[in-house]
Design a protein around this ligand. Structure first.
Ligand code: IMP
Ligand code: MG
Length: 191
């Protein structure tokens, strides 16, 4: 882990190590396996992991393999939001989902749930396609920022309302390839 990383004049300091992330993802994977096997002992429902690009790809890659004891599929989607109010987060379209999810368990894999608008919109879009169940797995969750009726089923880490990067999370596209997670350094006044 680096002592500090900087992008666009902003400094970030270590927050969650790769080792801690790895351990937590292994636990989440095991929990998903157990829950799916309990809900469907015959294994007739092949769950579909749905990786929300771009941010969730490192997490989805590790989580999917942490659930190797489950017969499961993975698909990658992109979300298109309504334009105009940049932060509206209203999901207009789910791009890339070619699988039929009727009667299936879908596990959304997200990097972070902040206000929850993105995930809320996505859940609505998916439910309209008649799945058996829609579950949410998110690496990070900011409960204090939540503004929607969203309850993630699998959470890696609950964190305060701070801006973080690394392990898929970005600042304007940068920082996604960091192996660990870093938090924006607080600027001390009068320092
Ligand atoms: P929400 O719709 O407000 O829950 O926001 C979700 C999206 O905002 C995430 O998928 C991220 O792309 C972005 N986001 C929220 N918080 C952070 C952060 O701390 N770092 C990087 N991206 C973030
Ligand atoms: Mg995202």
């Amino acid at each position: 882990m680096k002592n500090q990383v900087s992008y666009q004049g902003m400094d970030f300091v270590p927050y969650i190590t790769r080792q801690t992330i790895d351990r937590r993802i292994a636990e989440l994977g095991q929990k998903i396996v157990n829950d799916c096997k309990t809900a469907d002992p015959e294994g007739s429902d092949v769950p579909l992991f749905l990786c929300v690009l771009n941010g969730a790809f490192p997490f989805a890659s590790d989580l999917f393999r942490a659930a190797e004891d489950l017969d499961a599929e993975i698909a990658f989607i992109r979300l298109k939001s309504y334009e105009g109010t940049a932060s509206s987060g209203k999901v207009k379209e789910v791009m890339g989902l070619t699988q039929d999810i009727t009667g299936r368990t879908v596990i959304i894999v997200e990097d972070i749930v902040d206000t929850g608008r993105t995930i809320h919109g996505l859940v609505e879009q998916l439910k309209a396609r008649g799945p058996k169940d829609v579950k949410i797995a998110t690496l990070l969750f900011k409960p204090e920022a939540l503004m929607c009726d969203v309850k993630p089923d699998y959470v890696g880490f609950e964190i305060p309302k701070k801006f973080i990067i690394g392990f898929g999370l970005d600042l304007d596209g940068l920082g996604r390839n960091l192996n660990d997670i870093y938090v924006l350094k607080e600027v001390k006044e009068n320092a």
